[in-house]
Design a protein around this ligand. Structure first.
Ligand code: NAI
Length: 508
């Protein structure tokens, strides 16, 4: 079965000439593939072709392609009137409205005219590929072909195989994706496929910790940019994608995963959606956009207070070492006794535990104890947290000291895993779950996440960099302190951490 996706006369159909369909038509034509473009709305496909023409003319003006190549690419796209015009196509890519009934009705019309070995692929972002195929006469020729917005700029495409998809279909779409100058990644059908499943970890964990009053959304964004190395904080990102897109997708993922605790949505986000605080597009989200720009509340200056002396707990050896080095650089009055003196500021460096647990398990004075996140380089920003009884004078002394070289400090309320530890451990754990569930290969998981989400590292490489053993400890402690299955480490993670090998290691 099948056809040679490398054949020079390859002809594809693109249905839906909206934001995604026009991008798919554009990259196909630039890749030398002839395209028939169809949209149910009169004039829409013609308008899309004009848009593509404008895009490619601009690309030629900027020198990223020649004017002849731009003209030839536009000439490869033919606007057509109905499904019958797609009859000679080798593959048809559907990018219409995200509604399973409307999509399946279209597939029935397509099957009536297309050759039996013509691939039908959907750009769906949230519907099950297996379910979309279940009314087809030939479900084996159906697959997901999931592009990212804006298509010409986002090189990743997920080739999603449903249960009945035959391997030649995935092979052909991989070839087709490469001809479109994309970076295709092969994925087995799963809720939210690969990239959006991992991406959910970022927004959901951030939402939960803001809901719990641990830090403000501005502080979380600052920490994730400066400490985590993410290009955008989770809340400014949600403002961009808009809550009416993000929250329903989160709720659907949770249902599709049969209420898996890792994907539990946030009630606060639901309330904000209900209130219409959607993000940039309504000028009001987590940030205010009424002036046209994102209004970011200014950061308060660090206190001038300093501690009389500092004592650092040795309960976490590597955290103790990292913090002692920093305190030495800051010229802090560090105590070296086995126990803190009567007035010393007490610093602990937990992995996945809250300050309260450290105080109780280590027999420390809660009024003088402050926790410092040492899992990440404390170079651009530092995170500290208090317990409910920490006295403001000790909190301010810790804040003032740790900001004394000009590095900003975020002071969070007590939380297992601070801010960055818990959000990044969640992303790593979900990446491991995607690997464990055989949704994709470890290398492709990291490739897809870095290309599709612009994260500084793929989830598995991120775990390796921070230390899989430490991430295991963060998750295990979070699960213990919260008593919530949400944080239970995946076996993919715990086996590799305990065996001391990379999270990218596949079974022999
Ligand atoms: P859109 O609303 O911009 O465009 C959809 C187009 O399909 C419209 O021009 C509409 O007239 C046309 N259409 C609707 N029903 C049709 C039918 N029965 N036959 C022919 N044309 C029909 O939507 P968008 O954003 O381009 O999304 C399309 C698909 O891509 C959806 O399945 C969506 O979930 C998916 N997707 C969207 C992404 C995004 O960021 N917008 C990202 C990845 C996937």
């Amino acid at each position: 079965m099948g056809f040679d996706a490398n054949r020079p006369d390859l002809l594809i159909g693109v249905i839906g000439a909206g934001a995604m369909g026009r991008g798919i038509a554009q990259v196909s034509a630039v890749g030398g593939i002839r395209v028939r473009l169809l949209d149910a709305k009169p004039g829409a496909a013609q308008e899309a072709l004009k848009f593509i023409d404008g895009m490619l003319k601009r690309a030629a003006e900027k020198g990223s392609m020649t004017a002849e190549d731009a003209k030839a690419a536009v000439e490869r796209i033919q606007v057509v009137e109905g499904p019958a015009d797609l009859k000679p196509c080798h593959a048809v890519i559907e990018a219409i409205v995200e509604n399973p009934d409307i999509k399946q009705k279209l597939y029935a019309e397509l099957e009536a005219v297309l050759a039996d070995d013509c691939i039908i692929a959907s750009n769906t972002s949230s519907l099950s590929v297996t379910l979309l195929a279940n009314k087809l006469k030939h479900p084996q020729r159906f697959a997901g072909f999931h592009f990212f917005n804006p298509v010409p700029l986002m090189r990743l495409v997920e080739v999603v195989e449903g249960i009945l998809t035959e391997p030649w279909v995935g092979d052909a779409l991989m070839t087709l994706g490469k001809r479109m100058t994309r970076e295709p990644v092969r994925v087995k059908d799963a809720p939210c496929f690969l990239v959006n499943q991992v991406g959910r970890g970022y927004s959901l964990e951030a939402s939960h910790l803001v809901s719990e009053g641990i830090a403000s959304f501005v502080e979380v964004d600052r920490v994730m940019r400066d400490v985590g190395g993410f290009r955008m904080g989770p809340f400014e990102l949600m403002d961009l994608t808009a809550l009416d897109v993000t929250q329903p997708a989160s709720e659907l993922l949770y249902t599709q995963f049969f209420h898996e605790a890792r994907y539990r949505p946030s009630l606060v986000m639901r309330s904000r959606l209900d209130a219409g605080i959607l993000g940039r597009k309504v000028k009001r989200g987590f940030y205010d956009y009424s002036s046209g720009e994102q209004a970011v509340p200014p950061e308060a200056p660090a206190p001038t207070a300093r501690p009389e002396s500092v004592w650092v707990s040795k309960a976490e050896t590597s955290g103790h070492t990292a913090l002692m080095q920093l305190l030495d650089k800051l010229g802090a009055p560090v105590e070296t006794g086995a126990k803190p003196s009567a007035k010393a500021l007490i610093l602990v460096t937990p992995l996945g535990e809250d300050t309260t647990t450290c105080v109780l398990e280590q027999g420390l004075d809660p009024k003088r104890t402050v926790a410092v996140d040492t899992l990440f380089p404390m170079v651009k920003r530092r995170t500290i947290m208090t317990c409910p009884l920490t006295e403001p004078a000790y909190r301010d002394a810790a804040h003032g000291l740790l900001a004394s070289d000009g590095v900003p400090v975020v002071v969070a309320k007590d939380s297992p895993g601070f801010i960055a530890q818990r959000i990044i451990a969640m992303i790593i754990n979900i990446g491991c779950s995607v690997a464990q569930n055989q949704t994709s290969t470890p290398a492709d998981i990291d490739k897809a996440v870095t290309l599709g989400l612009n994260y500084p590292h793929g989830p598995l490489a991120f775990g390796d960099r921070l230390g899989a053993d430490k991430i295991l400890k963060v998750l295990t402690n979070m699960q213990r302190v919260y008593g919530d299955q949400r944080y239970r480490p995946t076996l993919w993670l715990s086996r590799r951490a305990r065996l001391g090998v990379s999270l990218l290691t596949q079974d022999n």
